[in-house]
Unconditional design. Structure first.
Length: 227
């Protein structure tokens, strides 16, 4: 069986690659690059790179919502100022696809003007992502139907039906494959230093070490209820 992890959970790998690329271009020219710990989604929308969707996820033209954001500081002087109020995608005005396909009702039914600086705010306490990112010893609420789970962590229900993502649904990168024996160890919650070296290496290379705590719960419900 194949289970998906949304691209936002591979941020460290993406950040390292982007910083290396930027450093390779800017440092020879005398400029510096450093990590910036900032609210990346808001920064992307404020800078004009992205716009909010009705599901409160940001979208980049030509990429949809399937991307990872990286923020850095640099002393390279900007050529122009693009700071702006947050924007809602115009295509959201007459679309309710994400609202209708969210099984937990986390997306409110609101209508905003195209170009509005307001935001659609989720009922975050109902979002599947909110619950499957909790510590692995925290059970799922009884009101969540197990068949609603669709990712090893996070959720893609609203993003899969969004028209802005139609062209990018097949942007799936094969990351790693675990044997039945390895899967059994993950379900048991075996610590990283107790796993076979080959299994630990797979987790490290695929940037999944931080998921070890939630894997027994999340993987268990997917294997049992999702087909």
């Amino acid at each position: 069986m194949r289970f998906i992890i949304p691209p936002t959970y591979f941020e460290q790998e993406t950040e390292n690659r982007v910083r290396e690329l930027l450093a390779g271009v800017l440092e020879p020219a005398g400029y510096r690059v450093a990590e910036a710990v900032l609210p990346k989604k808001l920064l992307a929308v404020r800078s004009g790179l992205a716009a909010y969707g009705k599901n409160n996820i940001s979208y980049v033209p030509g990429m949809g919502s399937f991307y990872g954001l990286v923020a850095v500081y640099s002393d390279l002087p900007p050529q122009e100022e693009n700071w702006q109020e947050p924007q809602i995608m115009e295509s959201c005005q007459n679309c309710s696809a994400c609202l209708r396909h969210c099984p937990v009702g986390a997306i409110p039914s609101a209508s905003l003007r195209p170009g509005s600086s307001e935001r659609f705010l989720l009922h975050a306490e109902r979002c599947i992502t909110f619950h499957n990112e909790k510590a692995g010893d925290v059970p799922f609420p009884a009101w969540i139907d197990p068949s609603w789970h669709n990712c090893l962590i996070g959720c893609l229900h609203c993003q899969r039906v969004c028209p802005q993502n139609k062209e990018f649904l097949n942007w799936v990168e094969e990351r790693v494959e675990f044997s039945q024996e390895e899967t059994a160890l993950l379900l048991q919650g075996v610590a990283l230093d107790q796993l076979p070296p080959g299994t630990a290496k797979k987790l490290e290379q695929s940037d999944m070490v931080e998921l070890l705590d939630v894997l027994p719960r999340n993987l268990g419900v997917l294997l049992k209820y999702v087909r």
